[in-house]
Design a protein. Sequence first.
Length: 183
Amino acid sequence: MQTTLNDRLAERLKQIRTSRGWSLEVLAEKSSVSRSTLSRIENAEVSPTAETLGSLSSVYQMSISQLLAPIETPFTPLVRRAEQSQWRDAENGFARRIVSPPSGGLAAEVVQCELAANQRISYSVPSVPGHEHHLVLLSGILAVTISDETRVLEAGDCLRYQLYGPSRFQTGDQPASYLIVLV
């Protein structure tokens, strides 16, 4: 039987939780995600939303890419597009592809994101406080709110910021495609 991406993600999230010695109840309390939702995610019955992954990454003090990363493999400097890890949140019209070759030992990584038209993704806290981001908008228009300040980006614009508080990414009547370089 072939395991799906959702199965691998479920197992990864369960491994992280159990490695910390946390029950589902403890994780639910820390993340503000219901115990039943966490259980369904860990049993691969549902795929987590972007907001849920954001909450979990914050609780675990890991970037979302680290949550989505496979079990550490030897560093390979080239990863072909077909081999790049991709995750989708169909409920919110969001897709995230890790462009950089996986490596726990290197600091920067590049993530390509697609957000459908008329969508909003919100994160209440950053996964890693002070994490530096460089967001380059490839197409569309994207309103990015960091803490309480909103900036509207157009294709070609680059926004550099550090996350300490809430963030929100919102599209209007057209989808947005962007790269985030995480340092």
